[in-house]
Design a protein around this ligand. Structure first.
Ligand code: IPM
Ligand code: MG
Length: 372
């Protein structure tokens, strides 16, 4: 029996291309794993009204971790129109499978390293080494939303919050509400993960990215939790920043920062920004990590227009595989994989189109495999 069982979730679009690349490299590393394919993605939404079928969830429950490619997500109305005719108007509602997986398996930590590997022609500056810790299950993305606003919800809000008065003459059908729910446990956990990481890898500070001057309650809770956690880590400073200013500072002086921590949506935003500083989404990997399970993915989407063309940069996917190896405790293989990626970037002989080259996805994977 193989040492590990890995759920293999290519998804759709270029997810399939980059997962092929990942398999090539993992095989070269001779990871002792059994890979179990799971259906996930747009195709299953259209055919079954569920982009994340229950049989896939069962596979995840019986594996050590999952590697995930990418999936197409579309807004509610567009998604409904693409359902097979026999499934239309039967109450199927589209949800993002990756967001669902994060919630279902309580993958509360989203780890997103963004490193400027020397030699990458797309680096915005040298010496950028950022790691974003994004809270992964709460906040606006928890999905507690309403449209139209139910009368009962309106009444409760009006009775408890004066500011609701400004909306009292608006018809309920014309109000949409998304709630930003944050808990002390969620905030404390994510900040603690960030500090533990800073301690382990020798970073001198952790930067909280919030907006407590406006989002006084949720932002305030996060800030208080962060200050409490920081007390347990003498020698590592807590820097408190606002999301808007932080976008500016990251563009201005990215080398100044190391570990960043944020709630779900701010983490989503700041991690795309950080990714662009080190070459774009072709270099950005992401680990969704919980207490008992983890799902690793490139941060990029499914880029349908490039699907099946063997064209896109697989390095984000390979770096996601590296994060998975770290998670499994295969440190030696993880380090070898990252060094191989770094060597290929440094040499600059093999480059996909985003890097100004002409090489294919699989040629890039092969170049990395050769360095192993
Ligand atoms: C990400 C993506 C997802 C998110 C989308 C595809 C739901 O943007 O992983 O950052 O917002 O979390
Ligand atoms: Mg995102």
């Amino acid at each position: 029996m193989a040492k590990y069982k890995i759920a293999w979730l290519p998804g759709d679009g270029i997810g399939i291309d980059v997962m092929n690349a990942a398999r090539h490299v993992l095989d070269k590393l001779a990871l002792d794993a059994e890979y179990i394919h799971g259906d996930i993605g747009w195709e299953f939404w259209i055919k079954e009204g569920n982009a994340l079928p229950d049989r896939t969830i069962q596979i995840l429950k019986n594996t050590d971790a999952a590697l995930f490619g990418a999936i197409t997500s579309k807004p509610k109305d567009e998604a409904a129109r693409e359902l097979l005719p026999e499934l239309q108007n039967k109450g199927f509602e589209y949800f993002s499978p990756i967001v669902k997986l994060r919630q279902l398996f309580n993958l509360r930590t989203n780890l997103r390293p963004c490193k400027a590997y020397p030699g990458n022609p797309l680096n915005y500056k040298e010496n950028i080494d950022l790691v974003v810790f994004r809270e992964n299950t709460e906040g606006l993305y928890a999905g507690v939303e309403f449209h139209p606003l139910p009368q009962a919800v309106f009444d409760v809000l009006l009775a408890n919050n004066n500011k609701m008065k400004s909306f009292k003459d608006v018809p309920l059908t014309e109000i949409a509400l998304s709630t930003r729910i944050m808990t002390k446990t969620g905030c404390t956990n994510i900040v603690n993960e960030a500090f533990m990481y800073a301690k382990k890898y020798g970073y001198k500070s952790v930067t909280l990215v919030e907006k407590p001057n406006v989002l006084r309650e949720t932002g305030g809770l996060m800030t208080r939790c962060a200050r409490d956690v920081a007390k347990n880590y003498p020698g590592i400073d807590l820097w408190e920043t606002n999301i808007d200013a932080m976008c500016m500072w990251l563009v201005k002086n990215p080398e100044t920062y190391g570990v960043l921590v944020a709630e779900n949506m701010f983490g989503d935003i700041i991690s795309d920004l950080a990714a662009q500083l080190v070459g774009g989404l072709g270099f950005a990997s992401s680990g969704n990590i919980g207490d008992n399970y983890a799902v690793f993915e490139p941060t990029h989407g499914s880029a349908p227009k490039y699907a099946g063309m063997n064209k896109v940069n697989p390095l984000a996917m390979l770096l996601a595989a590296k994060l998975m190896l770290d998670y499994l405790g295969e440190k030696d293989k993880a380090d070898r994989l990252e060094s191989a990626v770094a060597a290929v970037i440094k040499e600059g002989q093999t480059r996909t189109y985003d890097m100004g080259g002409k090489n294919t996805t699989m040629e890039m994977a092969e170049a990395v495999a050769c360095k192993l």
